[in-house]
Design a protein around this ligand. Structure first.
Ligand SMILES: O=C(O)CCC(=O)C(=O)O
Ligand SMILES: [Fe+2]
Length: 337
């Protein structure tokens, strides 16, 4: 069994297998958190300001492919409790965590380190990951950790609330790009994952990464960052830091939104750098289409004058994505008309 980094009690120097080739290292140049990343306030979503909020979301998705959301309606109590039980999970004894070790994409709960391809990868990423399948909850919850106390109850409530939040954002996007209400319901968003990244303090953040540069291949993602910096997004060829705002969610439209919007919405390229002093835990919630659903640019003005991608099943897309080393542009080229 692979050794999780969360099982290491103290690491004085970066093991060789985590040292990236020089051209792929993040380096020592400090990347500050950017004030430019749009922050969308949902407080007035039910009043006359709704159309303004819709416009802010569309502009942020076009310009950055990523934005932060405050006053999103998920209680601080719940986000804090969820972070609490997940951090306790990673602090638990190695023997307890070993029960969840798996790299099977279909398992209801899987724990692994670096990537699912640990055995064959050239170098490792500085992270452990625990992914829960969570929709419908009753199909999966019995396979989630049962410790610490209330773990299942808290993570289940979080997954329900985060799903509601993502549907609120998707409805606003529907309004903004002229799709009928409910376009993203059903098979389009059938599979939901709560994916937790945990990074222990890293002896040399300049030499390694917590997650590679990537776009999310799914429909849409949200992230609860905790309070340690690490997420960076690529904007106009430069990396910019995404500030961990207390209580905020980061939203990242996935590549499926890019295709459905006929290329009008962007999906930010992002990566995770490590921290030398503090451990970092983040909670991602991903909505994914079901494997056999047909994805294509939506009908209507959004696809005018003509669709630029052909239709495909999500299964086909995902297989092209992994076949293209999870690189967004080369994957999308396979579906360009
Ligand atoms: O942990 C983070 O800050 C980002 C995670 C992420 O990009 C992902 O899981 O796809
Ligand atoms: Fe991501």
């Amino acid at each position: 069994m692979v050794v999780l980094i969360s099982n290491w009690s103290s690491v004085q120097s970066l093991p060789e297998s985590y040292v990236f080739p020089p051209d792929r290292r993040p380096g020592t140049h400090e990347i500050p958190a950017s004030n430019d990343i749009p922050i969308i306030d949902l407080r007035k979503i039910d009043g006359p300001d709704r159309s303004d909020i819709v416009q802010q979301i569309i502009t942020a998705s076009q310009d950055f492919g990523l934005f932060q959301v405050i006053n999103h309606g998920v209680s601080r109590d719940l986000t804090d409790q969820t972070m609490g039980v997940l951090r306790e999970f990673f602090a638990a004894p190695a023997e307890f965590k070993a029960r969840f070790y798996s790299n099977d994409l279909n398992s209801s709960c899987r724990l692994y380190t670096s990537t699912l391809n640990y055995e064959n990868e050239e170098f490792h990423y500085w992270r452990d990951n625990l992914t829960h399948r969570c929709h419908p909850i009753e199909d999966h919850i019995d396979h989630w950790p049962e410790n610490p106390l209330h773990y299942r109850k808290v993570v289940a409530e979080y997954s329900i609330e985060s799903r509601k939040f993502l549907f609120t954002i998707l409805e606003l996007i529907c309004d903004g790009i002229g799709l009928e209400t409910g376009y993203f319901e059903g098979e389009m968003s059938k599979n939901q994952l709560v994916s937790v990244n945990h990074h222990i303090p890293c002896p040399d953040p300049s030499l390694t990464l917590g997650m590679p540069e990537h776009c999310d291949p799914n429909l849409i993602s949200m992230l609860q960052q905790g309070d340690v910096c690490g997420l960076q997004a690529l904007k106009d060829g430069q990396w910019i830091g995404v500030e961990p705002l207390p209580g905020a969610f980061v939203v990242i439209p996935g590549l499926q939104l890019r295709v459905i919007s006929n290329g009008k919405l962007a999906s930010a390229v992002h990566r995770v750098v490590t921290d030398s002093k503090r451990s970092r835990t983040t909670i991602g919630t991903f909505l994914n289409p079901s494997n056999d659903i047909l994805i294509r640019p939506a009908d209507g003005p959004i696809s005018s004058p003509a669709p630029v991608y052909r239709g495909y099943t999500y299964k086909e897309f995902f297989s092209a994505f992994t076949g293209n080393n999870c690189e967004a542009e080369s994957t999308l080229r396979c579906f360009k008309l």
